[in-house]
Design a protein around this ligand. Structure first.
Ligand code: NAD
Ligand code: TYD
Length: 333
């Protein structure tokens, strides 16, 4: 089996590559990544020397580069995307381009070439805010942010390719992931690294927004299972059910690091902020998926990783690119 993993230098993609190389000895991985601000080859330094792994720097919107990288591959697993809701509110264009047009290029690559399948990694955010109960795969798509709307558009395009051309595509929709190598703009690594430096944790609004903080390893195992056993044209939700309001997540994180609760600072809310996400993942559980991390274990393991791996995040947070973003996002809040 040879995989073309797109966006493999990001958070979830790099964790997925680690998992595949560790648990599937006969498999090869080609990682195609544009290396945007969120792509970081340091995430993969432990597999650099592995002969089953190769890296190609390219954009998924570049059909020629994708076709070249895909030659000889059995499947494409697409992680490449612009992923941060706050950035999509500031500048939506890049989201439309990568998340929708990029997915279109991958679908065309599968439709026209010899690759057997596309696994499209999507998100629970396509369902919008779920105030009660949990969304199953048949729920309507009601995305709130330009990020979520771009991902929903890509999902619909994938399903249309199955309906129209029988292009084999499997979609997974994951909950909020936490774990190693997550760019410190997302809430858990942002709060953990700020706390480690004694800086305030900017809590949007009242902090009562609920997220299902699923460990990235559980998410990646779910994606691997959907790749092995998922039906073409089907969608599989992947959420551990680790529901928690942000304020509680922040308190637990601070206790874990031995830092004071006074670091929490309530700031202006995010526009269009989804109050709650919740997934019904019984379809994937029916294939044998079972999360290994509950909320407390996922959060504790994640926070510990950031405490022990300053080498990874300090260069990011001290760089001008990150600092400019931080000022723009938080200075006026
Ligand atoms: P990330 O932002 O950490 O990484 C994205 C990666 O894609 C980066 O390496 C970046 O360089 C690359 N990339 C961006 N544009 C590209 C392009 N045009 N061509 C090639 N590469 C490009 O994102 P992540 O958190 O690892 O998310 C991966 C996927 O999982 C995304 O599709 C996202 O929508 C989905 N997802 C994320 C979460 C989450 O909690 N982070 C939850 C569910 C689903
Ligand atoms: P985030 O990690 O951006 O993921 P998403 O918006 O995709 O769920 O945010 C997770 C939650 O944390 C969300 O409810 C917004 C909140 N949040 C804050 O309170 N402060 C912050 O600085 C950030 C980035 C997020």
């Amino acid at each position: 089996m040879k995989l073309l993993v797109t966006g493999g230098a990001g958070f979830i993609g790099s964790n997925f590559i680690h998992l595949v190389l560790a648990e599937r000895p006969g498999w090869e991985v080609v990682n195609l990544d544009k290396l945007t601000y969120a792509g970081n080859l340091a995430n993969l330094k432990h597999v650099e020397g592995d002969r089953r792994y190769t890296f190609v720097k390219a954009d998924i919107c570049d059909a020629k580069a994708v076709a070249e990288a895909a030659a000889g591959c059995d499947v494409i697993v697409n992680f490449a995307a612009e992923t941060h809701v706050d950035r999509s509110i500031m500048e939506p264009m890049a989201f439309l381009r990568t998340d929708m047009e990029g997915t279109f290029v991958l679908l065309e690559t599968v439709r026209e070439g010899t690759v057997g399948k596309l696994l499209q990694v999507s998100t629970d955010e396509v369902y919008g805010s779920i105030l009660e109960g949990a969304a199953n795969e048949g729920f309507p798509l009601r995305p709130s942010s330009p990020y979520a709307a771009s991902k929903a558009g890509a999902d619909l395009l994938c399903l249309s390719y199955w309906t129209t051309y029988r292009t084999p595509v499997v979609i997974t929709r994951g909950a909020n992931n936490i774990g190693p190598y997550q760019y410190p703009e997302k809430v858990v690594p942002l709060f953990a690294t700020n706390a480690l430096d004694g800086m305030p944790l900017p809590m949007y609004g009242d902090g009562m927004q609920v997220r299902d903080y699923t460990h990235v390893e559980d998410h990646c195992r779910g994606i691997l299972l959907a790749l092995d056993k998922g039906e073409p044209g089907e969608v599989y939700n992947i959420g551990a059910g680790n529901e928690m309001p942000n304020i509680e997540m922040a308190r637990l994180l601070l206790v874990e690091l031995g830092k004071p609760e006074s670091l929490i600072e309530h700031v202006k809310d995010r526009p269009g902020h989804d109050r709650r996400y919740a997934l019904d993942s019984s379809r994937l559980r029916g294939l044998g998926w079972e999360p290994r991390y509950d909320a407390t274990k996922a959060l504790a393991a994640t926070v510990r990783w950031y405490a022990e791996n300053r080498w990874w995040w300090e260069p990011i947070k001290s760089g001008e690119l990150y600092r400019a973003y931080y000022r723009r996002q938080y200075e006026e809040r």
